[in-house]
Design a binder for this molecule. Sequence first.
Ligand SMILES: NC(=O)c1ccc[n+]([C@@H]2O[C@H](COP(=O)([O-])OP(=O)(O)OC[C@H]3O[C@@H](n4cnc5c(N)ncnc54)[C@H](OP(=O)(O)O)[C@@H]3O)[C@@H](O)[C@H]2O)c1
Length: 234
Amino acid sequence: MTSSLNGKTVIVIGGSSGIGAAVAKAAAARGAQVVLAGRRLTSGVVNGLRSEPVNVTDAGSLQQLFERVGRFDHLVYTSGPTVRAKTLIETDLTEAQDNFNVKLWGSLRAIQLALPFLDKHGSISLTSGQLGRKLAPGQFIKTGINAATEALGKQLAKELAPRRVNVISPGVIDTPAYAGLSEEQRLAMFAKVGEGVPVGRVGQAEEVAQVYVLAMENGFMTGAVIDIDGGGTL
Ligand SMILES: NC(=O)c1ccc[n+]([C@@H]2O[C@H](COP(=O)([O-])OP(=O)(O)OC[C@H]3O[C@@H](n4cnc5c(N)ncnc54)[C@H](OP(=O)(O)O)[C@@H]3O)[C@@H](O)[C@H]2O)c1
């Protein structure tokens, strides 16, 4: 049965920016008590929402987050590293391991430590990305992290039932993830990507956030990988 987020507690790890910040806003608009978490945050209030610091590479930091919040209903995980596109031969594997540690191992660490606090009827929403299945030279780190996230989302949907586990796979979305580019480079890149996808443009974080709300609210959805990419994976 579909349930509302009204009165539910949602923790958004990665809620300090981009897609996570948009999910937090959308969940709050549906009546949820939202806790934003990220390294740049402190215990306080940001845009009317509770905020807490967390570093997903540090189990102690995650444990403190869950202890501070206590029992909760939905875990959303959008934390991700800045990944430099490079071929395997050019890559220092320590850097690749650090990237995996934030997004893949960070999500497993977070789930493991969240479970004692996460309601049995609640849900976990993970984040992959179209490069998990859309293969391109120089993108082995994102492909590896995202493909593993999608496989684990399905496996955990069985293992953690009746809790539901879903994975949201965005295409290229206009977020601060691209803040390292100049405005001109960013707009040129978005225009080029837009030409290659059926909808003719990149996505907005608010459009992706609607899918996380669906995954949290729809009690029949588990083990799903949901593409929200303007058709970019096709
Ligand atoms: N934007 C896209 O085009 C796109 C496409 C496909 C997939 N995705 C995926 O969507 C997710 C969100 O990306 P975004 O575009 O919203 O990027 P973003 O705006 O750069 O946000 C990244 C988030 O990750 C958090 N983070 C990074 N390292 C962390 C750490 N050690 N501990 C805790 N939090 C950490 C950041 O918070 P702090 O800095 O506060 O720690 C920030 O909230 C990522 O998994 C990304 O791979 C994005």
